[in-house]
Ligand binder design. Structure first.
Ligand code: 9WN
Length: 422
């Protein structure tokens, strides 16, 4: 295939247009603030657009929202906007920089490593790495300390939004145990995007209940761990954290060797030792687990493939996953469908219930390469390019028709195209 299949200048223009002065919104209107894992992926695009200082700045701006306890929040409300719900007043966080009260998949350290390795301006790279390392280490220590206080090796998530895969069918059961919010609110997402491509009201009612719950508990980690009605060991977060931790420790080598790095090493080892608890022989895939019931959440989703990216799968698990990808891609050729197309809950256009997301494909392709499966990695590249062939950079794509869905002119899609598909 002749690369690239997309207009490079258009992709760069999207980043510039979505730049609100040091941070990049995912897309105007629908998401008018800085999001955590979007920012990391978008920084890769800034690097490819040839603006190294701007790439580093994206990450520095993200860490401006970091909490004293190390958490990097999922949304940083740098500016004001009334086109998104829930905004800072609903989250109720009183910090100087307004933020949400949960995090998101920690792909940050992986991106810091890529930027550092790709950077042509070595002096700038050394300076920015030194500036970003302490916050990134604190972020990982936070995940292991606050989200795995019993040292199981498997960190937990308190909100479907934290997974970044908001309405994945994997969350249906644990979310059904969450009460619904008892006040009226107006969603803004369905004013920007077709409701058929977004979560349902019954899910939003519970998302907002949880937002209130964190506020009622004054964001107290202990209280939330003990009583949060939603507490899931999310295989996507666990796998991304594992990869990021390997990358972080590589960056620390010959720079930092202290209690924090030793603790991070021990955490990675605990995760590797525990990961089989999240393997399902029946599904030939990794799955998440509801810690309140102890039950595995039996959904075949793209998150369950991410342990390849985290290099957490055994060779036998990796080949079982690889075999299942044949049918997964045949059934939804503009893949990789976020939920397996043979699943009863599969909806090819609805957000995380079936559409494909190109930044996930990139992570999975890196995982496949790590497991010496270059043909499959190349196939993921090709299905991703097929999505882009209609000429726009959408938030996600209908995995059966290839039609663009959600928000248009989308930063992480443009960025990952520049980084991966150029
Ligand atoms: C809630 C910004 C974010 C992504 C998530 C995606 C979506 C938000 C929403 O948009 O979530 O965080 O309101 O729908 O699911 O992965 O980071 O692009």
């Amino acid at each position: 295939m002749n690369r690239p299949v997309f207009d490079i200048e258009h992709a760069k223009r999207i980043l510039r247009d979505n730049d609100l002065g040091g941070y990049t919104v995912p897309t105007k209107g629908l998401y008018p603030f800085q999001w955590n894992w979007d920012a990391a992926i978008t920084a890769l695009g800034w690097m490819e657009a040839g603006d190294e200082p701007r790439a580093w700045l994206e990450l520095e701006m993200l860490l401006k929202g970091q909490w004293d306890n190390g958490m990097v929040p999922h949304i940083i409300f740098h500016g004001e906007a009334d086109t998104y719900f829930p905004g800072p007043e609903v989250w109720g966080v009183e910090n100087a920089v307004k933020t949400s009260a949960i995090s998101q998949p920690p792909v940050l350290a992986t991106v810091v490593r890529i930027l550092f390795e790709q950077s042509k301006d070595r002096a700038l790279a050394e300076q920015k790495l030194a500036a970003l390392l302490p916050g990134t280490i604190a972020c990982h220590l936070w995940w292991y300390r606050e989200r795995d206080p019993e040292n199981t090796g498997l960190v937990c998530s308190y909100h479907p939004w934290e997974s970044g895969m908001d309405n994945s069918p994997a969350w249906d059961h644990p979310l059904s145990a969450v009460p619904t919010v008892d006040w009226e609110y107006t969603r803004r997402d369905t004013g920007h995007v077709d409701a058929a491509e977004r979560p349902h009201k019954h899910q939003y009612d519970r998302y907002i209940y949880l937002v209130d719950f964190f506020k009622r508990n004054r964001f107290d980690s202990d209280a939330i761990y003990k009583s949060c009605p939603y507490r899931v060991q999310d295989i996507g977060i666990i796998a991304i954290l594992q990869r990021a931790n390997t990358d972080l420790l590589a960056l620390c080598q010959s720079r930092i060797d202290d209690d924090s790095t030793r603790s991070l090493q021990a955490s990675s080892a605990r995760t590797a030792a525990a990961i089989n608890e999240l393997w399902s022989d029946e599904l030939s895939c990794f799955v998440s687990r509801d810690t309140l019931t102890g039950q595995q959440l039996k959904t075949i989703s793209c998150a369950g493939v991410l342990p390849l990216f985290g290099e957490l799968a055994s060779p036998a698990q990796a080949s079982a996953i690889n075999e299942s990808l044949d049918r997964w891609i045949d059934g939804a050729p503009f893949g990789l469908a976020s939920t397996h197309p043979d699943s009863e809950t599969f909806e090819p256009q609805r957000y995380w219930r079936g559409p494909s997301w190109l930044h996930i494909n990139w992570m999975i392709a890196l995982g496949l390469e790590a497991y010496q499966m270059p043909e499959r990695a190349e196939q993921l590249k090709q299905v991703s390019e097929a999505c882009l062939e209609n000429g726009d950079f959408w938030e996600y794509y209908n995995s059966v028709t290839g039609e663009g869905c959600g928000g248009g002119e989308f930063s992480w899609t443009a960025a990952i195209a520049l980084h991966w598909l150029k």
